[in-house]
Design a protein around this ligand. Structure first.
Ligand SMILES: Cc1ncc(COP(=O)(O)O)c(C=O)c1O
Length: 459
């Protein structure tokens, strides 16, 4: 197609591309990693260097890069139809995928609304919940217009999903643009907002959620949660039972539970969906990332019949859900997703994960012995290693020393791609990685963390 030199691509990238979540001043000073090819668990840069993909290309890759079966499914679909709209039409792959999603997701989620990203999946979930109460038929429900969201939550970057977000670093600047929400404390056992300890507490954070619901039930449309793990908060794992309790409270106080499974869905936590760990059936569920196995941008917002039925009426009642994106239900993305889900079954991937999860748990133990590792968190194939200056006070290193980024560069030198969230080193290995590859992920990360925080003078 074209054969530009790496220096030329780097020059044009720096000249033309504005990278997400990136201080471009810093970017322009550094030699960027420019990927050119993928194969299994590895990415290759434009110069041919090989790296283990330790973050599943931002939490999406499931069966590895260039997976024959998914490639084939996309190519076959491409020879039939690349895109046609779902506005007033249907297409075969998106219909088959919707049927499949209804079969594999928790009971009750019987309708699928497509979009293209996790952010839009959440945005749609919020709008559906909002409109649901407006159309439920009783005047008393019309005041249910707000959402309860959790501190440190991350649900994406569109204005609605930012409104239910809670990460100051990303979200505070937009405060004036956002709608009002009710914020509940997040269950964060390493940095408990209530200053309690998990060994002795009785999950008091849920009591706070309950009192908010009791107080605000008349104005709350839904509670939005990342089931089991707050990913972007730094892989903060909720205590067992928290999610089930939220479900119970939502039912008791008559508000919808919106489960954002964008990060935790499709095997990440060791079950197909995180809600399964606690037998939770949400009213609305948001899916993206792993849905296409890391191939194409596709997302789904799923809803129960109860929610869906509130949108039914005669044409002049105007109960339609007036929302849709141009590429909604794209046939190529849907074909990739179908092939992805078939591979889950063929390879019995969820069963195969259990050994890998235990292997990770074992391998992570030694990290806690490092002097600047404050906490090691894991749920399934999601790992967060929190770096602190002082493990007693849990004080992080001053930002100016850029410790997490230095760890990333050190790991990259040794052939591993990782990416931090704040002071937390994130490992999100591809679900199909072998034990040997997982060992390499752990070893390179360990060496990088110890080199930067113990051998070099970190500050
Ligand atoms: C829980 C959660 N929800 C939503 C999103 C947003 O997804 P996207 O980046 O595809 O818009 C993310 C992204 O990391 C996420 O972790």
């Amino acid at each position: 197609m074209h054969n530009f030199k790496p220096e030329q691509i780097e020059k044009w990238d720096k000249q033309y591309v504005w990278h997400p979540f990136t201080q471009m001043n810093e970017w322009e000073k550094e030699k960027p990693l420019i990927t050119a090819r993928g194969e299994g668990s590895y990415l290759y840069d434009i110069e041919g260097n090989k790296y283990l993909d330790g973050i599943s290309s931002l939490w999406v890759t499931v069966h590895g890069h260039r997976k024959e079966e998914i490639n084939r499914a996309i190519k076959e679909q491409l020879d039939k139809l690349a895109h046609s709209t779902l506005l007033g039409q249907a297409n075969v792959p998106s219909t088959l995928l919707a049927k499949k999603l209804v079969e594999i997701t928790p009971q009750g989620l019987n309708k699928v609304f497509y979009s293209e990203s996790g952010s839009t999946a959440v945005e749609i979930g919020l709008k559906i919940a909002y409109q649901y109460w407006q159309q439920k038929g009783e005047e008393k429900y019309k005041s249910k217009r707000k959402f309860i969201s959790l501190a440190n939550a991350y649900h994406g970057d569109t204005v609605g999903s930012v409104s239910v977000g809670g990460i100051d670093l990303f979200h505070k600047i937009f405060a004036g643009l956002l709608f009002e929400t009710v914020s509940a404390p997040a269950p964060n056992c390493y940095r408990c907002p209530l200053n309690l300890s998990r060994e002795t507490c009785s999950m008091d954070c849920i009591k706070e959620m309950e009192s908010l619901l009791a107080r605000h039930r008349h104005e709350i449309a839904g509670v939005v949660v990342e089931p089991l793990v707050q990913g972007a908060a730094g892989m903060v794992v909720a205590p067992e039972g928290y999610l089930a309790k939220v479900r119970e409270l939502c039912t008791r106080y008559n508000v919808l539970l919106i489960a954002d499974e964008v990060a935790v869905g499709f095997g990440r936590t060791g079950k197909m969906f995180a809600c399964e760990h606690e037998n939770v059936e949400p009213d609305i569920m948001c899916l993206a990332k792993g849905i296409t196995g890391g191939y194409l941008p596709l997302a789904a917002t799923m809803a129960t019949d109860e929610v869906y039925n509130a949108f039914l009426g005669s044409i002049d009642e105007f109960k339609t859900f007036y929302h849709g994106h141009t590429y909604t239900g794209n046939p190529l993305g849907s074909a990739a997703a179908l092939a992805n889900l078939e591979l889950f079954e063929q390879n019995k991937l969820i069963d195969a994960l259990q050994e890998k999860i235990l292997f990770l748990t074992e391998g992570l133990k030694k990290f806690s012995q490092l002097h600047h590792v404050g906490d090691v968190r894991q749920k399934g194939m999601m790992v967060g290693i929190e770096i602190v200056e002082n493990t007693e006070t849990k004080e992080p290193f001053p930002a100016k020393y850029n410790i997490p980024h230095r760890i990333v560069l050190e790991a990259r030198k040794n052939g591993l791609i990782i990416r931090p969230l704040g002071n937390v080193m994130i490992l999100m290995p591809i679900l199909s990685m072998s034990l040997a590859e997982l060992r390499e992920v752990l070893d390179i990360t360990y060496a990088a963390v110890s080199k930067v925080t113990e051998e070099e003078d970190p500050c």
